[in-house]
Design a protein around this ligand. Structure first.
Ligand SMILES: *Cc1c(COP(=O)(O)O)cnc(C)c1O
Length: 397
């Protein structure tokens, strides 16, 4: 037993080294990493460009606080603004903090216009926005809220893909609508792009801000720089994290100038947010992701993977119901308990991530090659064999 507070059910092993899509234990066992630290290690482990950017910065300057200008921060904000709908960015250290900033910004926007009473945010069932007190209230999941005292006020949850429910939930206290373009923790639940367009129209009609949580879907994960680009509409505020740091803790809240109007000096802050080390890595991630052809590669690998998964699904109708997702954010909806499959995949040295709704999540580094996809599918076939054998044995026993 270690002194670490046991808030995680951890697998009984540790990795000591990572290279590309592979992780290695102290004993030299190599795992194929299709979890990528939950969509964080976007460019694979120890990508040379990121190692170089981080070590170079480490020799120059680590931290100054936000009492001074941070050139790397200004550069990353400018580049994110140039590549998106946004005009401005606030830097934090995690997805939950990026969402906290988004929620605070939406409230402040209305307050700055004299509408202090407009503070409520409409969120969706199955959502995940982080583990702070406000973001568990936004996510609305009992298992995350239980025992942590009164739920932070100001969130109204409605069923996903139900526009009438959204409309019915809007009152004169509503400030914003917040949604993930594709629900990650919820089970790779896709949202029809038409629903986004409808939400955008509804938000405009009622003077609400549209907040997107692209913490998991952003930075190329679905084959676009940001998943909402598939829908053709843009949000007012967007939270990002995970992939932008490639393994270094970075979060950001992007916004239009109008939406951020209330965020003046002193209204919000973060000691570590946007420090020189984090910004050196964030800029280096962006260098790679914005290279011509990078997103085409993600799409190509995503298509190859999805097709192969579809054929595995077809040969095991007893194990799988369907495949979900976009690009390299894919989920296998299982008929058997998904943990059985995840464990069997683990025995085959393929790392995946559980998700809600009995789904096995596959989130390989975006730099994954066709040979890795094929290797993962072979291991999945073998794992399916294991699960079927175990089921037969159990039936026979
Ligand atoms: C992971 C995640 C978060 C929370 O990010 P942390 O860095 O763990 O705080 C928020 N929203 C979504 C959609 C996520 O996938």
């Amino acid at each position: 037993m270690s002194a670490v507070i046991p808030t995680y059910a951890r697998a009984d092993l540790a990795f000591v080294k990572g290279e590309g899509v592979f992780l290695e234990t102290a004993e030299g066992e190599k795992f194929l990493d299709f979890g990528a630290g939950v969509a964080v290690v976007s460019l694979g482990h120890c990508h040379p460009a990121l190692v170089e950017a981080l070590t170079e910065q480490a020799h120059k300057l680590w931290h100054t606080s936000n009492l001074y200008h941070i050139p790397g921060q200004e550069r990353l904000a400018d580049r994110l603004a140039a590549a998106t709908f946004a005009d401005q960015a606030f830097f934090a250290n995690s997805g939950a903090e990026a969402m906290e900033c988004a929620i605070k910004m939406a409230r402040k926007y209305h307050s700055a216009q004299g509408n202090d009473g407009r503070y409520r945010v409409i969120t969706f069932e199955g959502a995940f926005h982080g583990r702070t007190l406000a973001t568990i209230a936004a996510g609305g999941q009992t298992k995350h809220l239980d025992g942590f005292g009164p739920r932070v006020d100001g969130f109204d949850q409605v069923p996903l893909n139900d526009l009438d429910a959204v409309r019915a939930a809007i009152t004169d206290e509503t400030a914003a609508i917040a949604i993930e373009p594709l629900l990650g923790e919820g089970g790779i639940l896709t949202v029809p792009w038409k629903f986004f367009r409808d939400l955008r129209a509804l938000a405009d009609e009622h003077g609400l801000l549209l907040i997107l949580d692209e913490v998991q879907t952003g930075i190329g994960r679905t084959g676009k720089l940001f998943a909402h680009e598939w829908s053709g509409v843009t949000p007012d505020i967007m939270a990002i994290a995970k992939g932008i740091g490639g393994g270094f803790p970075v979060g950001a809240c992007l916004a239009t100038k109008e939406a951020a109007v209330g965020m003046t000096a002193g209204t919000h802050g973060s000691t570590f947010g946007g420090n020189p080390l984090a910004m050196a890595v964030g800029n280096a991630v962006l260098d790679v992701v914005l290279e011509p052809g990078f997103l085409d590669h993600v799409l190509e690998m995503g298509t190859r993977f999805k097709q192969k998964l579809a054929s595995i699904c077809d040969t095991h109708p007893d194990l799988f119901e369907t495949i979900r997702g976009e690009g390299l954010m894919l989920g296998l909806k299982c008929k058997v308990p998904s943990q059985e499959l995840i464990d069997a995949l683990f025995d085959e040295q393929l790392l995946t991530v559980p998700a809600g709704d009995n789904v096995v999540r596959m989130l390989p580094p975006l730099t994954v090659g066709p040979e890795h996809i094929d290797m993962a599918c072979e291991r999945l076939e073998a794992a399916c064999g294991r699960v079927c054998e175990a089921a037969k044995e159990q039936a026979g026993a």
